[in-house]
Every structure is written in structure tokens, then in C-alpha cells.
Design a protein around this ligand. Structure first.
Ligand code: H79
Length: 476
């Protein structure tokens, strides 16, 4: 008892000492410490607002989860066959694998006459599938502009018998039906005079995985790209610019950052993929982590990452058969089951699914694609709630029976393998379950038991859907 006042004085002394030290430091260099504080504050404010700005730009894209990729260009004319030669390679690369010189490839233009093109029909196919955006090739590696380019004669209006700007019709129709309209644009260009091929056995004007730049060609070509991008943004107002072909030696990360800034300068709320610069690691598509790279989202191609990455935006682009551009003999169609499960798998990892169609030179989306998209649409109509506006699975490991997505207060279990014993074993994830029911039958509550190990849900004998049945879990 007697030492209490002593302790009090001791505390007072320590406080006094601290105060004196703090005061004298401040008094010694008030300007420096104030400046330092100001600087720290402004840096935080800046990075916060940059993040907030990105969140705002990306909002619709993050909620959309499912989009249509359209690869359409002159390569739809040979449709995978040149002078009797076929290949297992992708259709839009025929100028490369069939070693076709520019002057020969140009001859496809007078044969490109998509009289059966119907913008409303294309958009309806995408919309009915449950897709929220469309990304179409404005110019692929072959250099042909499938829109009205005033600065190129090698475009749909000047070089084909069709003569009309169908891209305007498609852009307008896409927006009219409530989807976002977006452009793909290739940095690699097999037709532009700035670039040439230097590879054994290759025509110098054919396509190639890589091109070389003529001296002084790059400035001219970058100016050309910027003019085209200005055309694309001012005339069609795309929501995304999806670059590709960036792996050329002559294209650098500073070039990417410059182009990224240029495009954002033209449209401040546009979204741009990571292939604008040199960040992506091959087909895996996510960025290297040695520095900050240009671009808003990663682009895995023909693959789904093994796990999601918190705070990282990405989109897997995939084909429905084995080609992007139309090939009349490619019949390696994926099943509807695979396509739906891919969509679920991707959503469960926090990504978007950009699923491709390759229309014919007449302007038709192949029937096999249309059929599969309609079937996906049926599933989405019933289960879209478990895909749109969701975030990744809350479970630390992948579920044995399928996948999961989540929203505030809800977890969606996408059951691929329906339990034969009527018991769905769900591992614990730190939340208490209030209610469980099939999304297809929201009025019938499913019984469940809860323990530290997790939840066991009693399921009906039959799955509600043979591809993926969704069980909603409401949490406390
Ligand atoms: O437009 C479609 C294809 O034509 C195009 N991207 C999709 C969306 C495509 N370009 N190239 N490829 C597909 C395959 C090329 C792969 C490689 Fe590479 C280019 C291997 C080496 C260079 C990119 C960079 C992948 C790894 C490094």
C-alpha cells in the first residue's frame, strides 16, 4: 500500500521526460518533421485515391464474371485451309503457319462479304448465354481492321465488298441490349510496313511469332497504333481495350506504360488488360512480381489458374473448340458440362471467363457454339445469382465435391459430384450457418448439423442439376 504514491510520481516523471524529448525534437526541427508528415499524408492519400479510382473503373468488370470473345477477320475466309493445306494450329494464325505473303493474304479481303451478319442476333446469343460483355478483334496480328479505319485502306469499308461499318452496328446493338462493348487490338502487326519477318524458310512479308522493326519504323508504327486507338475509342466508345501480341523484342514495358496512359487519357474509365505491357508470364498470364507493370488485369490464356490471388484481377480467355478464328474442320468442341464447370471454377477463384466464338466469313456464329451457349444460358438463368457479383470461395482448400463462390452473408456451393449418401460434407470456414437450401428450390430448407469440423447438409436424393447444383448457405 505504501508504495502506490511513489509509483504515481514515477509515472509522472516518465511522462514529463517523454514530453520534454518530444517537444525538444519538434522544437529542434519543426519544418523538417512537418514536411515529412505532410509528404507521408499526401502519399497515402494519393495511393488510396488511385486504388479507389481503379475500384470504381473495375466495378462492372468484377461483377460481370462472364463475357464473349469474338475473333473475326480475313482469316475466316480460308477458314483453316490454304492451297489444300490444313493444320492443327489456330485459324487466325494461318498467315504464319501457311507462310502467306502479304500480297497473297490481301486477296482474302475481296472474298470477305458477311452478308449474313446480324448484330442483334449476335448480341442476343451472348446475352441469352448470360454474358455481360463482348470483346471483339478490331485488328488481329494479320493487321486487317475490321472496323471503319480512316487511316488505313486495309479495312472492312475500303477493302471488302461489304463496304459497311458493321462494327458500329455491333457496338450500338451491344449497348442497346445492356452489355458492355469492348475491343481486342494486336500490337504485333504482320501487314504494317514497319515490320518484317526474318526467319529461315519464311517469306519476309508473311506472318511470324515475332517480327523485326525497320529502322525508324517503330515511331511511325506507334503513331499509327495511337491513331487507330483514337478512332476506336472516339467512334465506338469501348469499355475495355484488350491488347495482345506484346511479346515482340521491339515492344518494351515503358512503351506499354506510355500506351496505357494514352488510352486512359482518351477514356478515363476504360479497363485495359496486362498485355499492353510486358508484365505477363507466358500463357499463365499473370504478372511477374519484380516491378509494377502496366495493365488492370491478368490474362491466362487457354488455362485456369490453380488458385485465385487475393486483390488480383484476372480473366481466363478460352476457346470452345481448338481455334479462335473460324476453321471449318475443327470439331473438337468442349461439352456444355466442361464450359459451365469452367465458368464456376473461374468464378470460385475470383476471375472472369472470356469465352470465344469464331464467326464465319458470311457472318454466322457456328451452330455448335450457339447450341452450347444456349445451354449455358439455361444454367445461368437459374444459377446466375451464384456467379454474378460474387467473390472467390471462402474455403482455404478446394472442395472435394465442387466449388464455392460468395457474397456478403452467403456462400454458394456448386456441387459437381452429388453425394450418393445424401450427406454433403462442408469443411469449416469460420462462419455459423443459419440456413441452407437449393437455389432451384429456395422455399425448401435443407437440414444440417454443425460442428467445429464443419457442416453436414442433408441433400435430396437427386441433384437439381446434372452439371452443377447450387446450394445456398446463409451465414450469421
Ligand atoms: O488472339 C488469340 C491468339 O491468336 C493469340 N491470343 C489469343 C487471345 C495468341 N497469340 N499467340 N498465341 C496465341 C500463342 C503464342 C504463344 C507464344 Fe508466347 C508467344 C509463345 C511464345 C511467344 C506469349 C509470350 C506466351 C508465351 C510468351
Amino acid at each position: 500500500m505504501t508504495h502506490t504514491p511513489l509509483r504515481f510520481f514515477h509515472h509522472l516523471l516518465v511522462l514529463l521526460l517523454l514530453f520534454t524529448v518530444a517537444f525538444s525534437t519538434a522544437a529542434l526541427s519543426p519544418a523538417t518533421s512537418e514536411l515529412k508528415e505532410k509528404k507521408e499524408k499526401s502519399v497515402t492519400a494519393q495511393s488510396l485515391s488511385a486504388q479507389a479510382q481503379k475500384d470504381k473503373r473495375m466495378k462492372w468488370w468484377r461483377e460481370a464474371r462472364f463475357g464473349m470473345f469474338i475473333h473475326w477477320g480475313l482469316y475466316a475466309v480460308p477458314a483453316g485451309e490454304y492451297k489444300g493445306q490444313r493444320s492443327t494450329r489456330i485459324g487466325e494464325w494461318i498467315m504464319e503457319w501457311a507462310n502467306i505473303p502479304r500480297a497473297e493474304y490481301e486477296k482474302f479481303a475481296p472474298q470477305f462479304n458477311p452478308v449474313k451478319f446480324n448484330a442483334a442476333e449476335w448480341v442476343r446469343i451472348a446475352k441469352d448465354a448470360g454474358m455481360k460483355y463482348i470483346v471483339i478483334t478490331s485488328k488481329h496480328h494479320d493487321g486487317f481492321s475490321i472496323y471503319n479505319s480512316k487511316i488505313s485502306q486495309y479495312d472492312i469499308v475500303d477493302a471488302t465488298p461489304y463496304r459497311k461499318d458493321l462494327m458500329k452496328a455491333l457496338a450500338d446493338e451491344t449497348k442497346k441490349q445492356g452489355l458492355k462493348f469492348c475491343f481486342y487490338y494486336s500490337i504485333l502487326d504482320w501487314h504494317h510496313p514497319s515490320q518484317y519477318v526474318d526467319a529461315p524458310g519464311k517469306d519476309p512479308t508473311a506472318g511470324n511469332r515475332v517480327t523485326k522493326m525497320h529502322p525508324g519504323g517503330k515511331e511511325q508504327y506507334v503513331a499509327y497504333m495511337k491513331s487507330q486507338l483514337r478512332e476506336l475509342i472516339t467512334a465506338y466508345d469501348p469499355a475495355v481495350l484488350w491488347f495482345d501480341g506484346e511479346w515482340q523484342d521491339w515492344w518494351t514495358e515503358p512503351d506499354g506504360k506510355d500506351l496505357y496512359k494514352f488510352v486512359l487519357g482518351l477514356k478515363p474509365d476504360i479497363v485495359i488488360n496486362n498485355r499492353v505491357g510486358k508484365g505477363r508470364q507466358g500463357m499463365q498470364g499473370m504478372n511477374k512480381d519484380d516491378q509494377e507493370y502496366a495493365g488492370d488485369f491478368g490474362t491466362p490464356e487457354q488455362r485456369i489458374p490453380p488458385t485465385g490471388l487475393p486483390g488480383v484481377d484476372w480473366e481466363s480467355c478460352m476457346t470452345m473448340n481448338d481455334t479462335w478464328g473460324y476453321k471449318f474442320y475443327d470439331d473438337k468442341w468442349k461439352s456444355t458440362e466442361t464450359l459451365i464447370r469452367n465458368l464456376v471454377d473461374i468464378a470460385s477463384k475470383g476471375g472472369n471467363y472470356l469465352l470465344n466464338v469464331g464467326p464465319t466469313a458470311e457472318g454466322l456464329i457456328p451452330l455448335a457454339s450457339v447450341e452450347r451457349l444456349a445451354e449455358m444460358g439455361k444454367w445461368m438463368k437459374m444459377n446466375g445469382e451464384a456467379i454474378y457479383e460474387t467473390t472467390a470461395s471462402p474455403f482455404p482448400t478446394q472442395l472435394a465435391f465442387g466449388r464455392a463462390t460468395s457474397k456478403a452473408g452467403r456462400v454458394y456451393l456448386h456441387v459437381f459430384d452429388w453425394p450418393a449418401d445424401g450427406k454433403l460434407q462442408v469443411p469449416a470456414w469460420g462462419k455459423t450457418v443459419k440456413k441452407a437450401y437449393l437455389l432451384a428450390e429456395p422455399k425448401t430448407a435443407l437440414k444440417f448439423t454443425q460442428s467445429g469440423e464443419g457442416v453436414v447438409i442433408q441433400t435430396p436424393m437427386k441433384a437439381s442439376n446434372r452439371i452443377a447444383s447450387v446450394i445456398v448457405i446463409e451465414t450469421a
